[in-house]
Design a protein around this ligand. Structure first.
Ligand code: GRF
Length: 199
C-alpha cells in the first residue's frame, strides 16, 4: 500500500469541519492529518486540534496588513515544514492570491456553504432565503484563483423549511458539511475526482 497522503487543514474559526475531517482519517483512510494551521492565533479550532493530537500552528495575518503575498509566504514556510500533499480549507476566511492558488493547484480543496455556482462569497444562507429557494446546501470544490469557482467535487442538498432563518438553515447545512467534506476527501486522496452527491 502507498503511504497515506499528508493533509494540512487551514481554519479561521471554530473548526467543526476540521474535526470532522480529522476524525475521518483513521484506519484504512488514504490520508492523515499532519497540521492544522490558522490565520487567527485565537481560533477555537486550534484548541480542538490540539485535543485530538494534531500539530497546530498560527500565522497571524494582521501584522502583514494589506501585504497578502508576504502573509502567504509565511503560510508557505510553515506548510513546507509539514510537507502536506493536500490542503483542505475549512472555514479559512482569507482570500488567497493567484500565486498561492497556483502553487497548490489540483491539491487544495474548500468547503462552501451553498450549492455552487449559486451564492459565491459571504451570507449564503440569507441570500438563499431572500431568493425564496426551495433548497440550499454545501459544495466541496478545488480551489482556483477564481473565488469559490473551482471544479466541483461534491454537493449535499438541504431542503429549506418554511420557518427557516439564516441561522437555522446554516445549522442544518453544517451537519451536511460534516458528512460531505470527509466523503470528498476520502475519494480525492485516493485519486478519484468523481463528484460525491449527498444525500
Ligand atoms: C462553514 O459553514 C464553512 O462552510 C464556511 O465557514 C464555516 C466554518 O465552520 N466556509 P467551522 O469552522 O468548520 O465550524
Amino acid at each position: 500500500m502507498t503511504d497515506p497522503k499528508r493533509v494540512a487543514i487551514l481554519i479561521s474559526g471554530s473548526g467543526s469541519n476540521m474535526v470532522a475531517l480529522a476524525e475521518s482519517m483513521t484506519g484504512d483512510h488514504p490520508a492523515r492529518p499532519v497540521l492544522v494551521l490558522s490565520n487567527d492565533p485565537g481560533a477555537k479550532g486550534l484548541d480542538r486540534a490540539r485535543a485530538i493530537g494534531i500539530p497546530v500552528a498560527a500565522v497571524d495575518h494582521r501584522p502583514f496588513g494589506k501585504d497578502r503575498a508576504a502573509f502567504e509566504a509565511a503560510l508557505m514556510d510553515r506548510l513546507a515544514e509539514a510537507r502536506p500533499d493536500i490542503l483542505c480549507l475549512a472555514g479559512f476566511m482569507r482570500v488567497l492570491t493567484p500565486g498561492f492558488t497556483e502553487a497548490w493547484a489540483g491539491r487544495m480543496l474548500n468547503i462552501h456553504p451553498s450549492l455552487l455556482p449559486n451564492y459565491r462569497g459571504l451570507h449564503t444562507h440569507a441570500r438563499a432565503l431572500e431568493a425564496g429557494d426551495a433548497e440550499a446546501g454545501c459544495t466541496v470544490h478545488e480551489v482556483t484563483a477564481e473565488l469559490d469557482g473551482g471544479p466541483i467535487l461534491g454537493q449535499a442538498r438541504v431542503p429549506v423549511l418554511p420557518d427557516d432563518t439564516a441561522d437555522t438553515l446554516a445549522a442544518r447545512v453544517l451537519v451536511q458539511e460534516h458528512a460531505l467534506y470527509p466523503a470528498v476527501l476520502r475519494r480525492f486522496a485516493a485519486g478519484d475526482r468523481t463528484p460525491v452527491l449527498l444525500p
